[in-house]
Design a protein. Structure first.
Length: 312
């Protein structure tokens, strides 16, 4: 408790959101550099999508293995781009150039044309004049080792962003549980008064059935009384809600992978809130107040369910 009397915010172990972004770059030589980006959004499982340069199949398999070792859940998009600077001399594909020239001359002969091929135009055709984008075996091996060595720092950068958002979500969820706990305590305080209101309704029903009707079925009266008495007690729902809230706090404090567990707990809380509402419908006074509290609980639970969908 601080000097002002306010309650200090809870301290949670690392909690990770599934939303984040990180980028790392490297340079293999004066003319060859690369960029690797990692974007993550929420997903029920670990879903990897890699965009790699042509010929990098071995590197792709290695990256998949490394990422599976370091991440648990999320839809991840991994993009590797390689840039090669201009070299002093131009490079062109001789075989492709000869093919274009041969096709041009064949088409000119068959069409009875006397035009000559324009070399400038041919160099603008796809693949003829390039910056030599093909990699040698040595370059690809160097690229693979350089990129793989940066996966650890890349995931650490991603997790720093995800932990910041996760910590924010954990505080919001903790505050939601505090509000739910207050609402449950208010319901518990009004429980006996609501039971009393139900008993009064039972008495009125019995009197209405017995007045002027000597042939009333006594068993029917007792069955209705028992049913109403059972409906009047929300102690079981209060106990279960408190248990779920306590468990929820424990999971937040433990940290780690928890999204699915928290979602399950919220489903159970919603079920208890629905049962509580079914037991308090139609009762005036504090019964209506409990109904309002139950509706508020359902609203808080629904918001929390949207938030936990983004936790790992």
């Amino acid at each position: 408790m601080s000097a002002s009397g306010s309650k200090s915010p809870p301290v949670y172990s690392p909690v990770y959101s599934m939303t984040g972004f990180a980028r790392v770059s490297g340079r293999l030589s004066d003319v060859l550099s690369w960029n690797l980006s990692l974007k993550s959004v929420n997903h029920r499982f670990l879903d990897l999508h890699l965009r790699m340069p042509a010929g990098a199949d071995s590197l792709e398999m290695r990256l998949r293995r490394l990422l599976k070792e370091k991440l648990l859940r999320g839809h991840l998009e991994i993009t590797l781009t390689v840039e090669r600077g201009l070299r002093p001399s131009a490079h062109f594909d001789r075989d492709l150039l000869r093919g274009y020239l041969a096709a041009f001359r064949t088409a000119a002969t068959e069409s009875a044309l006397e035009q000559q091929p324009d070399l400038n135009a041919i160099f603008r055709l796809p693949g003829v004049l390039t910056g030599e984008t093909r990699f040698s075996d040595e370059e690809m091996q160097a690229l693979e080792e350089d990129v793989a060595a940066q996966i650890g720092p890349l995931v650490e950068a991603l997790n720093r962003m995800r932990s910041q958002e996760g910590a924010s979500l954990a505080l919001e969820l903790g505050a939601t549980m505090e509000r739910l706990d207050i609402a449950v305590s208010q319901v518990a305080q009004m429980r006996q008064e609501v039971q009393k209101a139900y008993f009064e309704r039972i008495s009125q029903r019995i009197s209405a059935l017995l007045n002027g009707n000597a042939g009333i079925d006594r068993d029917r009266v007792l069955q209705e009384a028992a049913m109403l008495a059972e409906r009047s007690d929300v102690e079981e729902e209060v106990t279960r809600l408190r248990t779920h809230i306590h468990h929820f706090h424990s999971l937040l404090q433990a940290g780690g992978e928890m999204g699915k567990k928290l979602d399950f707990l919220l489903q159970e809380m919603n079920r208890e809130a629905n049962t509580l509402l079914s037991k308090t419908g139609g009762v005036s006074g504090n019964g209506q107040r409990i109904t309002d509290l139950g509706l508020g609980m359902k609203s808080e639970i629904e918001k929390a369910r949207e938030q936990v969908q983004n936790l790992e």
